[in-house]
Design a protein around this ligand. Structure first.
Ligand code: ZN
Length: 260
């Protein structure tokens, strides 16, 4: 599988060469999109990722640095159907999103753009809970959601922030979303080929020590959703990671692809 990184920073102030978090898993028959920060579809299109292959979109939580590009992503998919005179690979593009009002708001904006945003395919919202939320008919991929404590939670209400476990082609990829360190053992119980961990709320050293100290089975540790500390001195961040984690570490950059 290919992992394309479209945006790799957290919701900090604008910085040259970095946009808010978004990446996708590309398999032979589809593109599976995770978070949709600003500019994600712009970067994807320039990387050569075919937006008409998007089958599903998974949002970790509805902060702006994770949903700011969702409207433009859906807009650009529809626009590609006009430009290329083709339909998307999926008759129905599923959007897994913890807050329904955010989806409705994005669709309201889109309906007030050209053509009432009418399409010959559908875009459907799906709530997120602690479950296997997606099994692909087209590709060998499943996606499960696991809640985390990034956002406050009242007993008896829906969780609003999730991590995702992606299983495809025999590999296990885990995306932290925004999270707390104490949440991550529950998503790293099984051997994990690639863990995409946010650094917007954590120091690199703390994350590495936590994983190592708790013997969490992580083969590759890639950092995403960078905060200012990482972006101010990426060299120091690499030194901290290598000093505290024995496996393969990397700091994701916008506009890059990793083949797993
Ligand atoms: Zn964030």
């Amino acid at each position: 599988m290919k992992l394309h990184f479209f945006g790799t920073c957290s919701g900090t102030q604008p910085r040259a060469g970095r946009h808010h978090v978004s990446f996708a898993v590309e398999l032979p028959n589809g593109v599976y999109w995770f978070d949709a920060g600003e500019n994600c579809s712009y970067t994807a299109h320039l990387m050569g990722v075919d937006l008409l292959n998007v089958r599903s979109i998974f949002i970790s939580h509805c902060h702006m640095d994770h949903v700011g590009g969702l409207g433009n992503l859906l807009w650009n998919i529809r626009k590609q159907t006009w430009v290329k005179k083709l339909q998307p690979a999926a008759d129905n593009i599923k959007v897994f999103i913890p807050v329904r009002e955010t989806f409705d708001g994005v669709m309201m904006i889109l309906r007030n753009t050209e053509g009432n945003f009418e399409t010959q395919y559908t875009v459907s919202p799906h709530s997120v809970d602690d479950s296997l939320c997606y099994v692909s008919e087209a590709d060998d991929i499943t996606v499960s959601a696991v809640h985390n404590n990034h956002l406050p939670h009242d007993e008896g209400t829906d969780w609003k922030s999730f991590s995702y476990i992606i299983k495809a082609e025999g590999r296990r990829v885990v995306y932290s979303g925004d999270t707390r360190l104490e949440d991550i053992p529950s998503i790293l119980k099984d051997e994990t080929d690639l863990f995409l961990m946010e650094t917007g709320h954590h120091s690199v050293s703390d994350v590495c020590r936590f994983i190592t100290g708790n013997s969490l089975p992580v083969k590759r540790l890639f950092f995403i959703h960078h905060g200012n500390r990482v972006m101010d001195d990426i060299g120091q961040a690499y030194d901290d990671a290598r000093a505290n984690f024995g496996g393969h570490v990397a700091f994701c950059d916008d506009g890059t692809t990793f083949e797993l």
